[in-house]
Design a protein around this ligand. Structure first.
Ligand code: SF4
Ligand code: SF4
Length: 292
């Protein structure tokens, strides 16, 4: 079984469009959307959620007002100024924890003389196993202002792997996060190679270079695709030279093609859309990938 992750130096390079095209082409696979901060693979794959789970991560202090004797010790020890006083509906003073400011260190719960403070697990998001017209998809949604997207990515990948093993799949196709942050690093672990999508601009090259260096730092194999290469052939040549000088396989180039947008408007992958130069080029790239 091969695991590939499709990533990019920044958002908007066509990463999800290419991932969804591979999802149409690959037989016998499980897909994982690891771009949990801005998941959008589901928009093209229209998943039917079959299983839904809470993602719990970290703890937050919660004060039981009945047990609180208002000694203020929690206010004094909290280094994050997360414990505040407020007025209850009946006008009485009460102590409350601001869940956004609370770092979950639990110091307040240790000093509280009446054991009024409990540390409760945070529900930071949800993750799902869904059916799509191309097979199973494991995906997730991180809650607003929630952290630990790296942890959620690791969970999504782990569940995708378990499912792929159960279904005896040949491929796990992972839509990774853009950039070089924690979620993308988490999406790299255990993959056979990373596929970086870039566009022919100076910033595209700069962003791709950053993400390639990160992949190489983890001693993983990396391949590059230039999307919309014909919009700036001079810059495409520079990227080709960059690949040659660093021994990075340029696995293919995709033309700018309005069919990509038309396919998206119809909620189809470019492969399902059935026409366009970009479609043929992606099919060629997939054929090459199958042989690597
Ligand atoms: S330390 Fe405990 S008892 Fe004292 S104010 Fe805080 S919650 Fe109330
Ligand atoms: S758990 Fe730590 S950060 Fe949260 S309220 Fe208590 S002392 Fe402050």
């Amino acid at each position: 079984m091969k695991q590939i992750v499709i990533i990019s130096g920044k958002g908007g390079t066509g990463k999800t469009v290419v991932t969804s095209a591979f999802a149409s082409l690959a037989k016998n696979k499980v897909m994982a959307d690891c771009d949990v901060d801005a998941a959008d693979l589901h928009l093209l794959l229209s998943p039917q959620i079959k299983e839904k789970y809470e993602f719990k991560s970290g703890v937050t202090a919660v004060i039981d007002k009945e047990l609180c004797n208002q000694c203020e010790q929690c206010v004094q020890v909290c280094r994050f100024s997360a414990v505040n006083t407020s007025q209850s509906a009946s006008g009485e003073k009460e102590f409350v924890v601001d869940p956004i400011a609370c770092e979950g260190c639990a110091f307040c719960s240790f000093v509280c003389p009446t054991k009024a403070i409990k540390m409760e697990e945070n529900v930071s998001g949800e993750w799902y196993i869904s059916d799509t017209r191309f097979g199973s998809l494991v995906h997730a949604k991180l809650g607003i202002a929630s952290e630990n997207s790296g942890k959620l990515v690791t969970l999504v990948k782990q569940k995708a792997k378990e499912l792929a093993e159960k279904q005896n799949c040949d491929w796990i196709i992972i839509d990774g996060a853009p950039g070089i942050g924690c979620p993308v690093i988490a999406s790299l672990s255990g993959v056979d190679y990373a596929l970086v999508i870039t566009e022919p601009t100076l910033s595209g090259l700069h962003d791709a270079d950053r993400v390639i260096k990160m992949v190489k730092h983890f001693k993983l194999s990396v391949k590059l695709i230039i999307n919309k290469y014909d919009l700036n052939k001079e810059m495409t040549e520079k990227i080709e030279e960059y690949c040659k000088s660093r021994d990075i396989p340029l696995i293919g180039k995709i033309s700018f093609d309005e069919s990509m947008v038309k396919a998206m408007i119809e909620g189809k992958t470019i492969i399902e859309y059935g026409q366009g130069k970009a479609r043929d080029e992606i099919i060629t790239i997939w054929d090459r990938l199958k042989k690597t």
